[in-house]
Design a protein around this ligand. Sequence first.
Ligand code: SF4
Length: 345
Amino acid sequence: MSNSLSQMTPAEIAASLNLKPFQGKQIFRWIHQKRVFDFDRMSDLSKDLRARLAEGFSANQLELVRVSASPRSEGTRKALFRLADGETVESVLIQDRERSTICLSTQVGCAVKCSFCATGMSGYSRNLTPGEIVEQALYLLRDEEMGERTPNIVFMGMGEPFRNYDATVAAIHLLMNPDGLGIGARKITVSTVGEIKGIERFSQEDWQVRLSVSLHAANDATRTKLIPLNKKYPLDVLLAAVRAYVERTGRQVTFEWTLLDGVNDSRKDAQELIDVVRTVKASVNLIPYNPVAGLGFNPPPLERCEAFRDALVNAGVTATLRKERGQDIDAACGQLRRQHVELAS
Ligand code: SF4
């Protein structure tokens, strides 16, 4: 796995093979720009170099197991990958007329165990390497002509990115590399459920990558039921860290709020959220829940979702109600993998 080139920068590729810098760039471009993993197809490399690559290296670490396209949510595709050790992860590409968004996983499973999440149910196996993270995007974009339209990247798939901080940051640098996908920092968002140390470290990164915080509730009792980590880092601690992040970086954060029927969708819940946003420079992203069998949560009816959004907007909060996408292909994080693991066992 250490010989996988997908997680190396052009300079690291050149150093590993004792090549000139331009040759490191050539190989990096084949993998990241042209999404070609077969050394034989890297036509501007010498035959000798291709043979050396084939002998001691691999271009990629993931194997694509299957892609589910959605007949109803046109443009939504979910991919399941097998890792070299047999573990599996998944990621999603959501496309509409205006933009493409790729949702990447950073861990196999997740130890945070949010009560509404399919990934949390499966438990935690291990962290992904930077190459395993980046390759999810490379595969999903393999057949795409990107042209001028680079995708948005969100780290909101399986896992808590700040529990795999170094690999997440390394993957972001690979995604931004101009000899690769060249994705602008502002088009990349890392989402945390509230890992305080990660938020602090993230505030020290010298870039414009965005931060989003999954809030889901603005009182400790409800939030602890949804996100057990809230016991360790209750709302006042989390919000102090978010305020410090905003102060240090000058950047706005986004609060993610998954709307759950009868749990966090009342007028009172909206008011609590409004009170929080008045103290932090943040916008709000509302996402109707994508049901997971066996967890006992449902999305609210559309009118209640809209009423929740309207309450925020009327109070001067910038809030967007996302269309829930991909319900028919189980696009909520962790569901495809869960089915796969259950089928295999
Ligand atoms: S919602 Fe995110 S942090 Fe919570 S269990 Fe699922 S993957 Fe982990």
